[in-house]
Design a protein. Structure first.
Length: 86
């Protein structure tokens, strides 16, 4: 099931100098922590004059679409999916 939402979250970010990798390592959403195991993709999306960073990440059972606002450094969760149909 795909859940579309717009909620602020806490993110622990992983930065690796080898390969210039930046990705969410752990997120806290609705008082639960989720350790991220895979980065699906990362791209920038322009809205007005701001380029938001969009990350699609997964853990063992859920997929998340996350947005980073580079001007405020706030993270938002936009989608959560368990991979099952409705």
């Amino acid at each position: 099931m795909l859940l579309k939402l717009e909620e602020n979250i806490d993110v622990v970010l992983l930065c690796k100098h080898q390969g210039n990798i930046i990705m969410p390592y752990k997120i806290r959403w609705r008082n639960r922590e989720y350790r991220i195991t895979k980065l699906g993709y990362h791209f920038r999306e322009k809205v007005g004059k701001t380029f938001f960073h969009i990350f699609h990440v997964t853990n063992d059972s859920l997929a998340f679409r996350l947005r980073l606002d580079p001007t405020s450094l706030h993270w938002t969760i936009e989608e959560v999916s368990d991979g099952l149909t409705d």
